[in-house]
Write a protein that binds this ligand. Structure first.
Ligand code: MF3
Ligand code: CO
Ligand code: CO
Length: 314
């Protein structure tokens, strides 16, 4: 199912013929073995107010490295299985089982009542797509967003993948969204304002005539899935909070081919572009260190699914 190849040169010119993404059926709730440590919200669904410090202790940083590595490994595992005809529910099963097999809890499960273990966002879905019975189709793009909880902390990473023969503008969208994230990471220095992230990403998007989604942003992460630090992907000079050494946070730009305006499905989770045009996202969990921002969501060998995301899978 998952034969990966470089995108062919005679790719489809446009995706307009593909119908909008429609909701499918949800499988029964998956179980997490009792011996796996759960985040506080797992039972009630309510994370409560953010109380954690933005700066991690040395012990927490060690745990964040492990959580980041597990998240990267799980995303790579899912990336190896996607392809035409694979349902997003199958992706959920793979992510759930791999996460649990590594001794971690799939952070999305029951976070604010979210029903599944991963987010799968197809084509015009911006983020928080709920895995269901819809099979991936030739020409789709799909973002898989994995978050795991292990050793008391979360690791959060996502990538967008090309399914079969994807049209040229979608390939460009996916490629430039990945580049925007890389440019933002490379621009950061200890103590720099968090607004630097949005400045770099928005400038790159403008240069490539892509929209920047404003409704959804990156976040502080650690003992809490989403902590107080807000990471906009557009520039706002008022966002002056300094990224001090020891801060752990995500950058997760969502760029669009058309207007970045968002709409919400009736499920109260699935965010789509209001104009129905496509959108892509990439995410890393990062640690601000002396030498700048370090990616935590990579394997022990320093690899991640971002590297294979532009190789289309049939
Ligand atoms: N992983 C998403 C993020 O990057 C959050 C998903 S919350 C969920 O912040 F409940 F939808 F899973
Ligand atoms: Co995130
Ligand atoms: Co995420």
């Amino acid at each position: 199912m998952a034969k990966r190849k470089k995108q062919s040169r005679h790719a489809r010119a446009a995706s307009v013929s593909l119908p909008p993404v429609a909701p499918g059926l949800l499988s029964p709730t998956r179980r997490v073995p009792a011996e796996i440590a759960r985040p506080p919200y797992a039972l009630t669904g309510e994370p409560g107010p953010s109380v954690s410090s933005l700066i991690r202790t040395p012990d927490e940083i060690g745990a964040m490295r492990r959580a980041g590595r597990v998240a990267a490994e799980v995303l790579l595992e899912a990336a190896g299985k996607v392809g035409v005809g694979v349902t997003s529910d199958e992706i959920d099963r793979i992510v759930h089982d791999e996460t649990v097999a590594k001794g971690a809890y799939p952070s999305p499960l029951n976070y604010r009542g979210y029903p599944k273990s991963v987010c799968t966002s197809v084509n015009e879905v911006i983020c928080h797509g709920i895995p269901d019975s819809r099979p991936l189709a030739d020409g789709d793009i799909v973002n898989i967003d994995v978050t795991v909880y292990i050793d008391g902390v979360h690791g959060d990473t996502s990538a967008t993948f090309l399914i079969g023969d994807v049209d040229d503008s979608s390939v460009r969208l996916v490629a430039q969204t990945r580049t925007a994230l890389e440019l933002a990471i490379a621009a950061l220095t200890p103590g720099c304002p968090v607004s630097e992230i949005g400045r770099v990403i928005e400038a790159h998007a403008v240069k490539h005539q892509l929209g920047v989604v404003r409704e959804f942003i990156g976040h502080g992460i650690g003992t809490e899935f989403h902590s107080n630090l807000q990471v906009a992907h557009y520039y706002d000079r008022r966002h002056r909070a300094p990224l001090e050494i020891g801060t752990t946070f995500t950058i997760e730009p969502m760029l669009t081919l058309g207007s970045p305006e968002a709409a919400l499905w009736d499920d109260n989770w699935t965010a789509v572009t209001a104009d129905g045009r496509r959108t892509a996202q990439f995410e890393h969990t990062l640690l601000m260190g002396e030498g700048g921002a370090e990616k935590l969501t990579v394997t022990a060998a320093g690899e991640c699914a971002h590297q294979i995301s532009l190789e289309s899978v049939a």
